[in-house]
Design a protein around this ligand. Structure first.
Ligand code: FAD
Length: 539
């Protein structure tokens, strides 16, 4: 098969236009084109009057070899690379031990799935509940201000990304096409097939819930075991080799191969690992607010007359501004047509995030507007200082919001004018249970407030209306990524000072987002499986 890139067509083209574009690009007869499949479709909206699709296509013709020779110098016509997934090994018939995976977010889910598919019958331990029960608990905070600290937006089957926009793209390098395996497994579990070819696929929250459930059944059918409401409270380490874990129930599970895919919010588990001597270092992360605008404003600004076009869907944006004080402010986890959600897992803390449904048809667009911070300048001292900073800011935001899980909020115009807000304008905030209007200028360190005040008007130059008076800022965003890294060895992917302990995913500082966490889970499963097989052979 051939892979042809950079085929451009208008939004309203037909299938036959696409076919003819291939025929014309390859200078072949229509009858010589046997088959084609869309590999990727993106759009170019740089010129609002002329928005078009760009295709990469996998194409079969009756004269592939001849065409490859003929177009040898054309970078847009190549052999289709083989991106099919191959297992690196298979489990021996008799397993001396079973691997343990802690956490069932995208990373733990994929580590568990791949291990199960290779025959290793993993045991997955998840502190939260199975996804349906977890959904009820999560809505308990949003609707009744009742937080379950073990079952919420961060903790439970599916991990942090379950109640999300379900954006499935990443900028990580992926030479082994693991991302493709993730997307194919998601499709097998019920995701729409378009995620395989759209350049910025998303699935929305409801679909994710059903998919996660299906993937659990697959793991179980392959001999894996998934234990919910089983928090790991301790780890057994002897001679710098992991030996097992102790659960909150007091039960001990032994294994010399344990994946820690615990996400960025398991502060208790981070502290436990640090106390046990597992190597931890501080890493940069970001803090800021969520901002909400009418989605129609973003659509109009990005798509002009094409705003509302069904094929384009709700428009997104990505913004960066480098400030005079040396800070960078950027938009993060933008959720077109979505809602701002309460995302704390700790009592008396206030954290926001964003989510949407597949349709992305809520009236507001939201995204995090965050400032990058780093350990050297902003939380020096010891490896867990970033956790302390998050903790302090989140508690302060809870107090500012009235200690009821309402989020402190301010209109953009008032924030820029440095005066408290008393009344909402045309933008109705979506955060539930509710917002408390006031003054956000003390909710973040001064350098962060100054940076965001400078960045919003700069963003307005790129998206006209971004600094609109009535847009709403909701505090706080503190969990953009993990404040620590559980450093691992590049080759074996094990902790640099604790053999058999595999730090994985976002919490360990090796992923950011659903797709990259899932890809990391696959890489970890492969490294662990190879190590188990070689250990078993040498025993
Ligand atoms: P997590 O998903 O955090 O999973 C870790 C799991 O470990 C949790 O289920 C937790 O309960 C469990 N755990 C922790 N400690 C223990 C313990 N001691 N014992 C047992 N279990 C434990 N990313 C995107 O790419 N696209 C999006 O649209 C998107 N939207 C988001 C929206 C929201 C509201 C949130 C909160 C996040 C969003 N993200 C999004 C980020 C994404 O969810 C994370 O990057 C991803 O989930 C990280 O995966 P992970 O498996 O590494 O960790």
């Amino acid at each position: 098969m051939l892979r042809i890139s950079n085929i451009k067509l208008p939004l309203d083209h037909t299938d036959s236009d696409l076919r003819m574009a291939i025929v014309s690009k390859l200078a072949i007869k229509n009858s010589e084109l046997l088959e084609y499949r869309i590999y990727k479709r993106s759009y170019d909206a740089r010129q609002k009057k002329n928005i078009f699709f760009i295709y990469t296509l996998d194409v079969d013709t009756s004269k592939n070899s001849q065409l490859l020779e003929q177009f040898a110098d054309d970078a847009q016509i190549k052999v289709r690379p083989d991106d099919s997934y191959r297992f690196v090994t298979q489990a021996p018939e008799v397993l001396i031990e079973r691997p343990i995976v802690i956490g069932m977010g995208p990373c733990g889910l994929f580590a568990g799935l791949i291990l199960a598919q290779m025959g290793f019958k993993p045991i997955i331990l998840e502190r939260g509940k199975e996804v349906r029960e977890r959904t009820v608990d999560t809505f308990g905070l949003w609707r009744k201000r009742k937080l379950n600290t073990e079952s919420n937006v961060q903790f439970g089957e599916g991990g942090a990304g379950t109640f999300s926009d379900g954006k499935l793209y990443t900028q990580i390098k992926d030479p082994q096409h693991h991302g493709r395996k993730v997307l194919e497994e998601f499709v097998a579990a019920g995701a729409p097939e378009e995620i395989l070819y759209l350049s910025k696929p998303h699935i929305g929250t409801f679909k994710l819930v059903t998919m996660v459930e299906k993937m659990r059944h697959t793991i179980e059918s392959l001999g894996g075991e998934i234990l919910f409401e089983q928090r790991v409270d301790d780890v057994l380490i002897e001679n710098q080799r992991v030996q097992g874990v102790i659960l909150a129930s007091g039960e001990t599970l032994l294994s010399q191969h344990i994946v820690f895919a615990i996400g960025h919010s398991a502060r208790d588990t981070f502290k436990m690992l640090f106390a046990k001597g597992v190597y931890v270092e501080a890493k940069p992360f970001s803090i800021g607010f969520r901002i909400e605008h009418p989605q129609s404003l973003i659509d109009q600004c990005r798509f002009g007359d094409y705003a509302g076009n069904e094929l384009l869907g709700a428009a997104d944006y990505k913004l960066v501004h480098h400030c005079k004080n040396g800070r960078s402010v950027y938009s993060f986890c933008m959720c077109p047509g979505g809602t701002v959600v309460a995302a704390t897992s700790a009592e008396g803390h206030l954290v926001t995030n964003g989510m949407s449904q597949y349709s992305r048809n809520e009236r507001n667009a939201n995204s995090a507007i965050v400032v990058g911070i780093d350990p050297e300048n902003d939380y020096p001292g010891y490896p867990l200082a970033g956790l302390d900073l998050q903790d302090r800011l989140e508690k302060q935001a809870f107090v500012l919001g009235g200690e009821s899980y309402d989020a402190p909020a301010q209109l953009v115009g008032d924030f820029l004018g440095n005066k408290p807000s008393h009344e909402l304008g045309s933008v109705e905030p979506s955060y539930k249970p509710g917002v408390k209007l006031g003054d956000l200028s003390n909710s973040l360190p001064d350098y962060a407030i100054a940076a965001i005040r400078e960045a919003i008007p700069a963003f307005d130059k790129k998206i006209r209306g971004f600094a609109m008076h009535d847009a709403v800022l909701t505090a706080l965003e503190t969990r953009t990524s993990s404040p620590i890294r559980l450093k691992r060895d590049r080759e074996s992917l094990q902790s640099i000072n604790t053999r058999g302990l595999y730090p994985a995913g976002e919490g360990a500082g090796y992923a950011g987002g659903i797709l990259s966490a899932a890809v990391d889970g696959i890489k970890i499963a492969e490294a662990l499986a190879l190590d188990m097989v070689s250990n078993q052979v040498s025993k």
